[in-house]
Design a protein around this ligand. Structure first.
Ligand SMILES: Cc1ncc(C[n+]2csc(CCOP(=O)(O)OP(=O)(O)O)c2C)c(N)n1
Ligand code: SF4
Length: 341
């Protein structure tokens, strides 16, 4: 009888990496498992909210705040800028939050959170941790001055920006985080240069790093375990901290609700959204890409980029987006598997 292990057609046994999609949490020790895998999670953002189906922001916030709650031992205050996350979770008089939660103005979440952290300190409740959260409009545009002040004073706040790349709550207007060429209500797909302009852009994670604050990270709903890990780390650090999370928005991007995670992954795997961490002004690590995918794989399923594929001039603009992805890959050493960034 032939030994199946030595027969020519036999394959070597494969042991799948723990923590991957294949085996999930099953081979990981209790402490390493994701917060969501635990029945003790806080369910800080619970069911009944009114986000669109497939909303990346709802998913990111749920994972981030539950992870923060675990690290803070439940002693957490979350301040929320005006925006989709605030609107879909708190239609008066209801709320989906099971955490101490405050709604600030659109532009002052960082300042309000600074006040909360100071009040807790003065009251001797120094164990209470404070988080501010907002969309990219509330963070990179209108709230930017308050955010920079919070960084510069090194206030004891973790600010989380959920970046869906436009002002979604008010009908998809362009923000300073909207990618070049994207169609929004204020950058229509018409004229000689349809969609958002190719300008200098505004890279808020890099601006945060330039403030020299203790911790800055980018993350994505493509890797929720990594997002949890970064939130847990950030909550444990004192001083100003910033996490910028990429969260696809089916409504604003014109994508299928079941494609949220796939698109988030393609943004990372193409190099358009680099994932990295920085401490005290220095980039300390980046998440490597196994195989770079062309940006077209990410752009094509989204109606906001459809004009790029319906005219011959579109290919030049796709090439410019590809160049941005290629630059990110070089800058953050995303294909350099041997080197630490
Ligand atoms: C001072 C001020 N200007 C405008 C608005 C109207 N407004 C409310 S939410 C919002 C857009 C929020 O966009 P973003 O911060 O990107 O969050 P998203 O809804 O995309 O999550 C705007 C313009 C407001 N509430 N306050
Ligand atoms: S518009 Fe976008 S961000 Fe707002 S709830 Fe819908 S999917 Fe989420």
């Amino acid at each position: 009888m032939t030994d199946i292990l030595t027969a020519p057609a036999a394959q070597k046994l494969r042991f799948y990496q723990k923590g991957t999609l294949t085996v999930g949490n099953r081979l990981i020790s209790e402490q390493e498992r994701s917060v969501q895998a635990s029945i003790d999670r806080s369910n800080a953002l619970t069911c009944g909210h009114r986000a669109c189906q497939g909303c990346g922001e709802a998913l990111g916030a749920r994972y981030a705040i539950d992870a923060a709650m675990r690290t803070a031992g439940g002693e957490l205050v979350a301040v929320n800028a005006t925006g989709c996350l605030e609107v879909f979770t708190t239609p008066y008089p209801e709320t989906s939050w099971q955490v101490a939660w405050l709604h600030s103005l659109f532009g002052n979440a960082a300042a309000v959170a600074t006040g909360v952290a100071a009040a807790m300190r003065v009251k001797g409740r120094s164990r209470v941790r404070t988080i501010a959260q907002g969309g990219d409009g509330g963070t990179t545009d209108i709230g930017f001055g308050c955010l920079s002040g919070m960084f510069e004073r090194n206030d004891d706040v973790l600010y989380i920006c959920y970046d869906n790349e436009a002002y979604m709550n008010t009908g998809v207007q362009r923000s300073s985080a909207t990618p070049p060429a994207a169609r929004t209500a204020t950058t229509p797909a018409m004229g000689p240069a349809p969609g958002n302009a190719f300008e200098t852009g505004k890279n808020v994670p890099k601006i945060a790093i330039a403030h020299g604050i203790p911790y800055v990270a980018t993350a994505s709903v493509a890797d929720l375990h990594d997002l949890e890990r970064k939130v847990i780390k950030a909550v444990g650090i004192h001083g100003a901290r910033y996490i910028h999370v990429h969260v696809p928005c089916p409504l604003g991007w014109g994508s299928a609700s079941h494609d949220t995670i796939r698109l988030a992954r393609l943004a990372v795997e193409s190099g358009l959204f680099p994932i990295y961490e920085a401490e005290h002004g220095v980039v300390t690590s980046s998440r490597k890409i196994r195989r770079q995918v062309p940006v077209t794989e990410y752009l094509q399923p989204q109606r906001r980029f459809a004009h790029l594929f319906s005219s011959p001039e579109g290919s030049e603009r796709v090439a410019k987006l590809q160049a941005i992805a290629d630059r990110n890959i070089l800058e953050f050493h995303l294909l350099d598997h041997e080197a630490d960034a």
